[in-house]
Structure formats: C-alpha cells, structure tokens
Design a protein around this ligand. Structure first.
Ligand SMILES: [Mg+2]
Length: 265
C-alpha cells in the first residue's frame, strides 16, 4: 500500500478498537497490509487501541509482538482481559484477596498492582493459565464451595493455536461449574461491560457512536460493540466465514474482507 490510501467513506470514527488474533495477525503472521492500515488511521489523527481476551500475557509482551510486526504501540494502547480484571479489582474490590489460577506473568501483574494474594482468599480469580495443576483446581474448588466470589478474566471456550484449539477460561469455568455448582459472579473481558468501562475512561470525551470495534469473532468482538454502544465491523480474516455470518443473530454494522477495507486505494 502506498500514499494513495483514503478513508473508506462508509467508516467515520474517531476511535478504532482492534481485536488482535484473526484481525491484525494470525498467530505470528501479520495480515498483509494490516499494520499499514493502522498507521494510516493514526496519521489521520484517529486513536487506536488493541483489545485481547488473552489474560496469559501482559501488555508489554503485546508491545513486543506488535513491534516485531512493525508497529510501535504505547503500553496504554493495549487492553487485555487481564488489564480489565485488574482495573475492576482495584476499583470495585479494593483490599479483597484473590486466589489466582493464572500464569506467573499475570500473577506478577496482580502483585505489581498491590492486589493481595492468598490461599484463604475472598475471590477465586480464573485467568488463562497454562500452568494449572490438579492441586490448584482442587483448592479453588474448595474455596468456591465455601462461597468465595468467582471472577473470571473472560469467557472464551477455546484459544486457537497452530496445533489445534487450546481449552480456554470458559472451558475451565465449565469444569468448576460442574464440580462446585458455581457460575462466575463477574466476567471481565469481551463481550462484557468491564473492558468497555476501562476503554471509556481512557477515551473520555468521545461519544460512543464515534467508536468502532473491529474483530473476527461475532460472540466476543461484535457482541462487545453491540452491548456497549460502539459501532462494529467484522473481518473475515479469522474465525467468521460468510456462512457463520448468515446463521448468526449477531449482526455487525459492516462486513469487511479484512481491516484493509477500512481504507480505500
Ligand atoms: Mg480474534
């Protein structure tokens, strides 16, 4: 793409919220032209954020990943379900202790934010945890059975990988629902409102209909837009095909082949 880009006339927004996997890249491979499109939008003075439901990594890891693809993000441009969860705990559960089922990276992030961690916690916090053990599952189940609050970072059932789907937080939640009878009291990531509250705080005076959510999953990205008053674009570079779109009740405002259709040649 060269200097002849112009804004797609069907899209007029001030803030662009991009999903990452399936939208900006697929695993480690960038969607051709996606980074150039993001840079072009910024050259027009548009604000850009990247949202991910993955709570196994921190913002700085995504800054590094985007830098490898050629985009230098500021840390506050990246909002993960883990960030939304930490923000929620600090603003709504101040002083409460958590028992985290989480990677070391996310647990360290909780500590950095002075969130008390304890085995006798007030809250069981379930994040994307590739280090989970039977012992942790058992202990969390004891706490949940005693009536501890149950907070999860997000609800996705699976996380795609090049080898096949990985069980994600939603699948582990189903395990705890079976073993303790408990459903989450709070879910923080897309499509729920906590991540949107954090975004709205960062974008301050922008009216919500000037915010555009762009992503590849209908039941997380697009529903997130619909439920929180943003306009939405589904891109067909990831999970959603036109067949899936036809069958779904979740209807985005726009359907684009890729993020590159946000601009026109
Ligand atoms: Mg995606």
């Amino acid at each position: 793409m060269g200097v002849t880009l112009v804004m797609n006339i069907t899209i007029d927004a001030d803030v662009f919220l991009f999903d990452l996997d399936g939208t900006i890249y697929l695993g480690d491979v960038p969607i051709p032209g996606a980074i150039e499109t993001v840079k072009y939008l910024e050259s027009l003075g548009k604000r850009v954020f990247f949202l991910t439901n993955n709570s196994g990594h921190t913002g700085s890891e995504y800054v590094k990943k985007l830098a490898k693809l050629g985009y230098l993000a500021q840390p506050d441009q990246i909002i993960s379900s883990g960030d939304a969860t930490i923000w929620y705990l600090k603003s709504n559960r101040s002083g409460k202790s958590v028992f985290p089922l989480a990677t070391k990276t996310f647990t360290d992030e909780l500590k950095k934010n002075s969130i008390p961690i304890s085995k006798e916690a007030d809250i069981v916090l379930l994040a994307f945890d590739t280090t989970i053990t039977y012992e942790k599952i058992w202990h969390a189940n004891i706490l949940l059975s005693k009536g501890c609050e149950f907070i999860t970072t997000h609800g996705d059932l699976v996380c795609p990988s090049e080898f096949g789907n990985m069980p994600d937080v939603g699948s582990l939640t189903a395990l705890f629902t079976s073993s303790s009878g408990r459903k989450p009291d709070v879910i923080c990531g897309k499509p729920y409102s906590i991540m949107a509250e954090l975004i709205n705080q960062r974008i301050k005076n922008v009216s919500l209909d000037r915010v555009l959510m762009i992503g590849d999953r209908l039941y997380t990205d697009i529903l997130f837009g619909i439920k929180n008053g943003y306009r939405s674009v589904v891109v067909l570079t990831g999970e959603t095909s036109s067949d899936v779109l036809d069958r779904s009740d979740i209807k985005p405002d726009h359907i684009f082949n890729s993020v590159n259709d946000l601009v026109q040649l």
